[in-house]
Design a protein around this ligand. Sequence first.
Ligand code: ADP
Length: 451
Amino acid sequence: MFKKVLIAGRGEIALRIHRACRDLGIRTVAVHSTADAQAMHVRLADETVCIGPPPARDSYLNVAAILSAAAITGADAIHPGIGFLAENADFAAAVEEHGFAFIGPAPEHIRLMGDKVRAKKEAARLGIPVVPGSPEAVRDAADARRAACEIGFPVLLKASAGGGGRGMKLAHDATELEQLLPLAQAEARAAFGDDSVYLERFLAGPRHVEVQVLGDGTGEVIHLGERDCSLQRAHQKLLEEAPSPALDAASRARVTGIAVSAMRELGYRSAGTLEFLYQDDAFYFIEMNTRLQVEHPVSELITGVDIVREQLEIAAGGALAHRQSDIRLDGHAIECRINAEHPEDFRPSPGRISDYHAPGGFGVRVDSGLYHGYQVPPFYDSLVAKLIVHGMTREDCLMRLRRALDEFAIGGIATTIPLHQRIVDDSEFRRGAYDINWLERFLARPAVAVP
Ligand code: ADP
């Protein structure tokens, strides 16, 4: 096993990774920007290296600074965290070329899945059903029109290099498609440095269901069940649960079976997630994330498997610690993303934490770097805490979640806790009757005060 791991991330996930390392007796190196000098994972790490000023491009995206920090501190492996360089194949390759282990997939698999057009093609080759769409990026309006006529309107324009739910556009007819194509291409170039855009059939009210896999790189692959991430705003997940209230044993076996056999054939290494839209009892692959995901703890709570520990073991050359037959899906888990945002209009709310009390008790987990007096910086993602709750049944889990949300006190900044309280009280949500558009409809309703 590694002796020292450099964590190339920040926030709650850097702390999460630090904890998994320490549980294995591994020393940690935190790299951080000047804005994060007082972050909890920096305070807890064995060694710290400041790699630059607050803007991520000058610090968390600075490959040379991160590799130098690893060399100076004598780290033997680098965990890329989530976001920043986590799905950058060139970074993964550079890490390995410089003699460090990369705690993640093979660079070629990151590259393959990072291009969503190539990823869908490869998925189809591996026997995974995909959302009908243009087989390639569309070149111009005529090309787009041809593809859209085959797919059928409405169509979604998506960036080939896309991520984070950004830049998707919906076209209802050919005229709208022609208007939106240059906009989508320009936005894709600005956001991702690549103007390739492809088309996909727009599904009206699907659920987002994703499968967590772990592979050892030699063809051994297991799954940890699925997560339902249909609760989204602007295509961004806000609450996730496992198992999905929409699946039964047969549909679960179908989607997990598809994911595992494809990943076996690919020889996938480390943790990964295959994302599907699920509608009318059919699954449609949309993309694969070749990294740890924010919502991974719900799978951990229902399986008892520490996914980051598995990533560390796999990167160190170990075999998978579990066989599929060892994995039991036990009870129900829900995660609430607590963002430093106003719960009504989602304006960012950075600032100093004037009061902090985290909930606890049976079945309650909080992943957060917050503490009394901490200053939430304005430069990064607004996620500041994750509340993850486990119960024997979904009903148990909901009761415990409501109780834990009521206990959670974060003073000095606005957070999404009041919104989660409203969601958990909603009868449709409690029945599990929601799709990817549900939250937008819910937010459009007049708010009833939470007692
Ligand atoms: P990103 O990589 O930007 O996160 P995804 O392809 O993963 O983009 O899609 C993000 C979300 O956008 C999905 O969870 C879903 O809510 C919505 N979405 C994506 N593709 C479609 C589609 N073809 N039809 C309807 N909604 C979609």
